[in-house]
Design a protein. Sequence first.
Length: 417
Amino acid sequence: MATATAVKTKASTQSKPPVFRWSGKTKGGEVRSGEMEAVDSAAVEARLRQMGLEPTKVRRKLGEISLKLPGLGGVTTKDLVVFTRQFSVMIDAGLPLVQALDIIGTQADNPEFRKILLTVKTRVESGSTFADALGEHPKVFDELFVQLIRAGEVGGILDTILQRLGAYIEKNEKLRRRVKGAMTYPVIVLCISFAVVGVLIGKVVPTFEKMFKDMGGALPGPTQFLVDLSHGFVSSWYLFLGIPIAVVAGFITVTRKGRGQEIWHATLLKLPLFGSLVQKTAVARFTRTLGTMLSSGVPILDALDIVARSAGNRVIEKAVLHVRAKISEGKNIAGPLADVKVFPPMVVQMIGVGEATGAMDTMLGKVADFYDDEVDVAVSAITSMIEPVMMVFLGGTVGFFMIAMYLPIFSMAGGIK
């Protein structure tokens, strides 16, 4: 048994070869460096010579201690945009792929991103394609990014693809921030409201209750309600906190996947105020992503498959997959888009015109720009409507507490008169 365990441990240890840091010189005397996975240093030196480099230093990389806290660090959208912009300029200037990766990877400010880029460089040096090397890091480079890079490599237009990717990521992130900003304000106000109510119930009401007992007499209905609520909160505060948390956690669990997620996403599209924002955001993302992929030479069936999986809404995803299935049967794109009844008629008509004129990628870009502006308008409208509602809610809640607390004093003053 011990032997079997030792063999298993040895196999698991050897499943991933060690990483070596290396440096070497080209025939022209240029110094290069990087990292490479290999069995031993001799294998690294042999590989470097095959690449036309004379090894000068090969050293095994020591294990690294990760000090990253949960929820902190990681590769940001800004890191990705800077990388695509810089990489595009270098490729356009004629720098070799590996050298550009080495320069950007070495100078990257984010340690985690620097490590990933140098690993990608090592994979490319080992004979992997750039797209395949990026695909090994799906948490940083999603399938859309990898597919566009692959299309650029095949078509010989990698610099152009990188420019489009940079612009796409920037606009997509801007759209996400707008929607997030619209949702953040009401959440903050609600949290403040609950905090104020908690302080009033837990601290203020008990103080008034003691004074009311000294005064004697029956309390008015609103006052008695708050006193009873205060008793329940003080004695069972964990229920007041635990039940809402459990409800929110259960809701998130149910709507995260499966049928519950589909029902929730369908409900979002039908909400009276936020439904329009969700739909416009989905249309902007759909048209922007599809237009970017088509203009980069990705086949429409592959593009629709990726767009569906990155839609962020199960209803939109099913609609796009339905359109993809119909196109694979030989139909055009406008007809199936109209059948699913998810996208506005104007979008369907403009895409149909673009398909008929052979300029669908350009038309999709115009639709995306239009709906970006529409999202701005929708966010402004929602914010302007939510602000007074939230202020009235917060003011009404505090006002009810104040009136309920002073009602007994008013009653006593009336009795004395």
